[in-house]
Design a protein around this ligand. Structure first.
Ligand code: F6R
Length: 591
């Protein structure tokens, strides 16, 4: 939900923090702030707005000092205002805290602290942390001991960093159920929610387990467990693909991520066949298989469900992660739960997986971001390998998830290699689909930009692609959109379709074609404007988005690409920023 970063070393800290905040903006972008220790002073600068605006407004770039922390916010507790932006401080103004997560008992703590004389200035849950620390420090504790003492009083999830005048030259960090990773480039040290934040400087990282504490100080980094015992950790090297995040010549990350999908597919296919075969066997042997996910990842899972059934002859259910807990009664040790999450930190998915683990189910995760909470909770992990996805809306990660389900379903029938070969051939088709349709999609986005409602329909394996197209449109262009199985249209929604209503019909020339086209005709009869996404032309379409003819189980992959691009161009034509849609964050770490 929020991004945090700390730096302690020999270089000027603030420029590093500001650059890192820009890289962390995918985690939240309604406010940002920094705290810097310099010449016996703690300087805090923060405001509502995007990082670049704040840097300009507050002339942050020239702030001196070698120790600093920073925060980019996605508001949960307290409105988007300058006072609610992080860092937060204590009554004396000697400590600064940046926090990602939610302190669930903050109201109770706030009341207790207020009774004891503390004065609060913001509406945030975070502010209880510096005030709690203030009392511990007054009692003579070191900053790290103070952090260790207050952590058990905090309920909920957090990763936070503290910098204080009482111990200048140090940054203390800790986490529970939220990510925190340390970057090592002695004598320079970094700590952040995501290694991407410090990726230009180092790819040597050390992770923290829940409740562990890290201390960054001049020339050294130390780790402690929850009891204060010193820990020895080994640095790991991050895959270089995780560190590349430039927009290049593209106007937006979303466009770049749509355009680079052919290459992404090639990266995703590089998987360990043995691991896939083992997981496939576990899926086939299980009493039941449940896939759990949210948003786009859930739509990828719905395509996966068809693939499992069609190829592996294995029925499975897909349960929305926020609803998973309500089905936990039927989960047991003979259940395989597959959790799908680009970020690996979506709170609903993490909670579902915890419930599954408690019921002794076997947990397999399909994740993009390395070092995630979900990875730690899973028995087996499949990585998407599609590199960092910087736009808030999922595009390339969605395609990678589809590819993983394709590989898994073929592994169930010992045909992993065949699937990998088919996916390799598909990458050139993805480039083709973009070339063929770019100008028609731009034209459509200009003509349809003022429409208030869009409907997306499809059948069978393509149904989830309709839902994904609709989600993307809502998310970045703020147009109401619904995706549904084409057969459902006549059970109510048809009442909403009138002259000019755009209906996107995903109807490749596969086993779903004729019936889906009949549903399109029903809509057209009511005056709908039909956008056909198909390899087969038809008079029914008012606009034809041409996709190549491919193996019928691969149509979801070629059909989704133009739908993502349509949403992108509609957002642009409506003056929306597709990389940073309102009220959304890349990692949804609240329930
Ligand atoms: C849609 C989108 C969201 C995410 C959802 C799950 O474009 O980005 O709907 O798909 O928040 O996120 P992950 O996959 O990180 O669990």
């Amino acid at each position: 939900m929020c991004g945090i970063i700390g730096y302690c070393g020999q270089k000027p800290a603030v420029p590093i923090i500001l650059e890192a905040l820009k890289r962390l903006e995918y985690r939240g972008y309604d406010s940002a702030g920094i705290a810097c220790l310099c010449d016996g002073k703690l300087l805090i600068e923060k405001d509502a707005g995007k990082v670049d605006e704040i840097i300009r407004k507050r002339s942050l770039a020239d702030v001196p000092g070698n120790v600093a922390i920073g925060h980019t916010r996605w508001a949960t507790h307290g409105a988007v205002t300058q006072v609610n932006a992080h860092p937060h401080s204590d009554c004396s103004g000697s400590a600064a805290v940046v926090h990602n997560g939610i302190i669930e008992n903050s109201e109770q703590l706030r009341q207790e602290l207020t009774r004891m004389g503390h004065r609060f200035t913001s509406e945030t849950d975070t502010e209880v942390i510096p005030h709690l620390l203030e009392d511990e420090i007054k009692n003579g504790l070191s900053l790290e001991q103070a952090v260790l003492n207050i952590a058990p009083k905090l309920e909920g999830s957090y990763a936070f960093l503290v910098a204080s005048l009482n111990d200048p030259g140090k940054i203390i960090g800790t986490r529970r159920n939220n990510p925190l990773v340390v970057g090592i480039d002695a004598p320079d040290y970094y700590v952040s929610s995501d290694a991407l934040a410090f990726s230009p400087y180092t790819n040597q990282v050390m992770s923290l387990e829940d409740n562990e504490v890290v201390v960054l100080a001049a020339g050294k980094v130390e780790f402690f467990d929850a009891r204060g015992n010193k820990l020895v950790k080994q640095a790991r090297q991050l895959d270089h693909t995780w560190t590349e995040n430039h927009k290049g010549s593209y106007q937006h990350f979303m466009l770049k991520e749509i355009m680079e999908q052919a290459q992404v597919l090639d990266q995703t296919i590089h998987q360990d066949e043995k691991t896939f075969n083992t997981i496939a066997l576990d899926i086939l042997r299980a009493r039941q298989v449940i896939i759990t996910a949210c948003g786009s990842s859930r739509y990828a899972a719905l395509v996966g469900r068809y693939l499992f059934s069609r190829v592996g002859k294995r029925f499975c259910d897909v349960v929305m992660a926020s609803e998973f807990g309500y089905f936990a009664d039927s989960v047991d040790k003979n259940t395989v739960v597959i959790a799908v999450s680009q970020s690996g930190e979506t709170a609903d998915v993490v909670d579902g997986v915890k419930a599954a683990r408690a019921a002794e189910a076997q947990v397999i995760s399909i994740i993009n971001r390395p070092n995630s909470i979900l990875a730690d909770l899973s028995h087996q992990v499949i990585h998407l390998n599609c590199g960092p996805e910087m736009a808030v809306a999922a595009t390339k990660s969605f395609l990678s998830q589809l590819a993983i389900f394709y590989l898994l379903s073929f592994a169930m029938v010992n045909a992993f290699e065949e699937a990998a070969a088919k996916l390799t051939d598909l990458s050139s088709e993805l480039t083709r689909v973009l070339d063929w349709n770019k100008s028609e999609l731009i034209r459509l986005s200009r003509t349809l930009k003022d429409k208030s409602d869009f409907y997306y329909i499809a059948r069978g394996i393509n149904f989830a692609i309709a839902s994904e197209g609709a989600l993307k449109l809502k998310e970045i262009s703020y147009i109401h959109a619904e995706g549904m199985p084409a057969g459902e249209l006549k059970h109510g929604t048809l009442a909403l379709i009138g002259p000019g209503t755009p209906v996107v019909v995903v109807c490749p020339a596969d086993y779903t074609f004729s019936e889906t086209l009949s549903n399109a005709i029903e809509a057209k009869t009511r005056g709908a404007y039909i956008i056909g996404v198909s390899d087969r032309e038809s008079d029914v379409y008012d606009s034809w988005i041409k996709i190549p003819q491919v193996d019928e189980l691969l149509y979801p992959m070629v059909a989704v690409v133009p739908l993502h691009l349509l949403a992108y161009y509609l957002a642009i034509n409506r003056g929306c920023d597709p990389d940073r849609p309102r009220n959304l964050a890349k990692s949804v770490t609240v329930k």
